[in-house]
Design a binder for this molecule. Structure first.
Ligand SMILES: [Mn+2]
Length: 280
């Protein structure tokens, strides 16, 4: 599992298979601006250009979109109606296998996709020893059998502010520990399952899943034009549970947000989130 520097993309490899994962494209975001009188040309050609360069350098056998391909949450805006089918048709000529894990913005995405694009469950998928899910909803129990989980949805950014009021924000990768027992407990509770004294036993008994997850990676958004969540905000650590945007897994108390490591897209290690709060 390798981040493809300096792209917000992940390459997963096993034998001859090469799976490229990208998250949160939010195609059509600029259409929402146009509706409010701010006219920005379609960003889809730029996104397509970037993903094409990535495909040329990684030569993937599969491409997985980790949710939020489109921007409007329900329904379809004019720009999306035009851009999304063309976008996938172009990629289909370059990569033999294309799959989408739907995110919370992907309502009505299916009619826009060419038939060769496979739609995966929105509860995520297991790929070898890696659990991939978007992050707006609970993953399927079988993902907890993977040592590593990869999610999107948050569009993590680190924000630095200086005394003059200048602000710099950069998209980052987040790598952190995940308490499998706690996560299993929350997930079972959500599934209205009575948890026995040991959540790992319940997971095994009810879902035939051996609890293994211990690490979580949050992917940056693939769309440069889009904002994100400043994950080093002073209040985020304390109030993580009350912030609905970050999704049930991050709210479950099983993710060590304070000690999460952040990396720029070029691989530079910035520090732990708890250290970076002082600069936000
Ligand atoms: Mn999302």
């Amino acid at each position: 599992m390798l981040p493809v520097r300096p792209f917000p993309a992940l390459l997963l490899r096993k034998q001859s298979k090469r799976v490229l994962v990208v998250a949160d494209l939010h195609i059509g975001w600029e259409v929402t601006l146009t509706e409010r009188g701010v006219h920005v040309p379609s960003q889809t050609p730029k996104i397509l250009n970037k993903i094409t360069r990535l495909i040329e350098s990684c030569k993937p056998t599969s491409l997985i979109f980790l949710g939020d391909v489109k921007h409007t949450v329900t329904g379809v805006k004019m720009g999306e109606w035009r851009d999304i089918p063309d976008f996938f048709e172009t990629l289909g000529k370059k990569v033999p296998d294309i799959q989408v894990i739907p995110g919370n913005h992907d309502g009505s995405l299916e009619p826009l996709l060419p038939e060769f694009v496979k739609i995966l469950p929105s509860t995520g998928v297991v790929l070898w020893d890696i659990g991939l899910f978007h992050g707006h909803a609970w993953p399927a129990p079988e993902l907890l059998g993977c040592r590593r989980l990869v999610t999107g949805h948050v569009h993590p950014m680190v924000v630095f502010r200086d005394p003059a009021g200048f602000r710099i924000s950069r998209p980052v990768w987040v790598k952190t520990k995940c308490n499998g027992e706690q996560l299993a407990k929350s997930l079972l509770k959500h599934a209205s399952v009575k948890v026995q004294k040991n959540p790992a036993d319940s997971l095994l008994k009810l879902f035939d899943v051996k609890l293994r997850c211990s690490q979580l990676f949050i992917m940056p958004s693939f769309n440069d034009f889009l904002g994100g969540q400043p994950i080093n905000w002073k209040s985020l650590g304390r109030n993580a549970r009350s912030r609905p945007f970050i999704g049930p897994v991050l709210r479950s108390g099983s993710i060590d947000i304070d000690n999460a490591e952040t990396y720029l897209l070029d691989g530079t290690f910035l520090g732990k989130i708890s250290q970076l709060r002082a600069f936000s």
